[in-house]
Design a protein around this ligand. Structure first.
Ligand SMILES: C[S@@+](CC[C@H](N)C(=O)[O-])C[C@H]1O[C@@H](n2cnc3c(N)ncnc32)[C@H](O)[C@@H]1O
Length: 322
């Protein structure tokens, strides 16, 4: 197991500790998230009472929490599990959802390739943007093993043509641009000058003006001006840090700049992980072929799109174990 804990896993550990219920769809994109939730609720709605469910790569348990919502509404006694390679603890980390999440059996540090469940234990296995991060050929053998005959495997996968992948690719490029820029060093240098006490107010003001100008320039000189996301957020954070220099100890403020850079670096690694996990048409066909070889019958295999404009968020597969 330990050899599976990569740098990316540790980045996911930290991501889920921040308490987000999900990833990939931007947190501000509430409308899309609602449609995704409704999509899964319609899937859960198809299943009868008394079943066992497993969600793989569950993060902070978005899918199992939707299963619980569905089961509670119908007064069903479903047994619901969620596992992830990251060191998850949703009941502790997600604010305000303890009652819901307490009804799920979560386990962290569980690889999709090596599931700690007996064979033919589950009626339904799900995955949303998760198994494609694993060694997928090994994971589907495990999924087939833990599923009962007649059980269902339902998964939303990152696909090469989805808006999630293209937006996150743009975000990764913005993050790289910022990390390669002079702006963090510039901010540190300015703070050191302010904190040294060796400069007059007029000199400091001139440096601050130049720094703010540099911050503004950052977005103006970026290659693409469409819907910038990461750059404006970082511009705001660096402005805020500057203001905090009047309130905090110099060392703390410098640490804030370094931490902001480290967080951006970690975020870029997650974004690249996401983009790298996306499946193209050939990979999707291969996956379906492998699942057929394991005795699965295809029920659905289609683009996963939402809204009137059919915005593509990935690829959906639903199969039944024969
Ligand atoms: C994009 S997140 C999706 C989380 C959740 N399903 C959701 O939709 O919010 C991908 C998750 O897959 C997990 N993951 C990556 N590799 C894995 C593996 N080999 N086995 C199990 N989980 C894995 C990561 O730790 C991460 O939590």
């Amino acid at each position: 197991m330990n050899d599976m804990i990569s740098k990316e896993t540790k980045v996911w550990d930290n991501y889920w500790k921040r308490g987000e219920l999900h990833s990939c769809i931007s947190a501000s994109d509430k409308e899309n998230q609602k449609e995704v939730n409704d999509f899964w609720l319609r899937i859960y709605d198809e299943f009868p009472d008394g079943l066992t469910f497993l969600d793989i790569g569950t993060g902070n348990g978005l899918l199992p929490s939707l299963a619980v919502t569905c089961a509670n509404e119908k007064e069903y006694g479903w047994e619901i599990h969620g596992v992830d390679l990251a060191d998850i603890n949703p009941v502790r980390d997600v604010p305000g959802s303890k009652e819901l999440l307490d009804q799920i059996n979560f386990q962290g540090r569980i690889a999709a390739e090596d599931l700690p469940f007996e064979s033919e234990y589950f009626d339904v296995v799900t995955s949303q943007y998760a198994i494609e991060y694993s060694d997928i050929s090994r994971s589907i053998v495990e999924i087939s093993r833990v599923l009962k005959k007649g059980g269902s495997f339902c998964a939303v996968l990152h696909s090469y043509n989805s808006i999630v992948v293209s937006q996150n690719n743009d975000n990764a490029n913005e993050a790289k641009y910022l990390l390669d820029s002079y702006i963090f060093a510039n901010c540190r240098e300015l703070l050191s000058r302010i904190l040294s006490g060796k400069f007059s107010n007029t000199e400091i003001q001139a440096h601050v003006d130049q720094y703010v100008e540099n911050l503004v320039q950052l977005s103006q000189s970026y290659v693409s001006q469409n819907d910038l996301n990461i750059i404006p957020i970082m511009q705001n954070s660096l402005m805020e840090i500057l203001k905090l220099s009047q309130k905090y100890h110099p060392q703390q403020v410098l640490e804030m700049v370094d931490n902001a850079r480290l967080r951006l670096k970690a975020q870029r690694e997650l974004l690249l992980d996401l983009v790298g996990s996306a499946l193209d048409e050939v990979k999707i066909e291969n996956l379906l072929g492998e699942l057929k070889g394991l005795g699965f019958e295809k029920i659905k295999a289609q683009e996963f799109s939402i809204g009137e404009k059919n915005v593509i968020l990935g690829y959906y597969i639903q199969l039944q174990k024969q």
